[in-house]
Design a protein around this ligand. Sequence first.
Ligand SMILES: Nc1nc2c(c(=O)[nH]1)N[C@H]1C(S)=C(S)[C@@H](COP(=O)(O)O)O[C@H]1N2
Ligand SMILES: [Mo]
Length: 215
Amino acid sequence: MGQPVEHESGEGGTGGAPRFELPPGQRLQRGWPVTHYGPVPKFRPERWEFRVFGATADGEKHRWSHEEFTALPYTTVVADLHCVTKFSMLGAEWGGIPARTILGIAPPAPAVTHVMVWAEYGFSSNLRLSDFAAERTLFATHKDGELLTAEHGFPLRLVVPHLYAWKGPKWVRGIEYMTADRRGFWEERGYHNIGDPWKEQRYSYQEEPGDGPEL
Ligand SMILES: Nc1nc2c(c(=O)[nH]1)N[C@H]1C(S)=C(S)[C@@H](COP(=O)(O)O)O[C@H]1N2
Ligand SMILES: [Mo]
């Protein structure tokens, strides 16, 4: 899921044009709009660090400079972006560092169930540990072979291909391991705590018991 699915066009179909599968209620967006709350932060390499804190396995905080972080093993993931306001961009190739790499080099304590992803200006988004640990969850530095632009999250954004795009903060600065769930920025403001686009989990009023902490 999350990856564009090509269908063969049947008899009397679309004449061979590929069709792509969108999650329910989404429409295809041409081009790549910029969507976020607040200003675009200025990147200051000498002040930038990536931090892992909260309930780490060794009880320590971990930090990487920009140079150290971007030297971690690089991989690519093809993924769609589904904005909860109902447009989707399909088939971008994201490049960067898998979330699993961070889980490997700065592991969480056994009691950790959720991760808060922190970005510039205090923007945050909470994820279940299982969503953060998914194979395709990526700290992206590149899109389609080029460095991210400032407005698309340079130097680092999280991509969680199987969830709505607000679950992937731009301008990420670190993660906090949590032993209980807490709501992030949009999750506190009426958006669904989990945010699975294939289940159309858009708003917090759709949450079922157990989907998230009380509002
Ligand atoms: N820091 C930060 N990251 C954010 C947001 C935000 O408000 N702040 N908005 C999210 C939302 S709602 C979307 S749809 C995508 C948009 O990414 P794009 O501007 O690269 O298309 O960024 C996500 N990441
Ligand atoms: Mo969005």
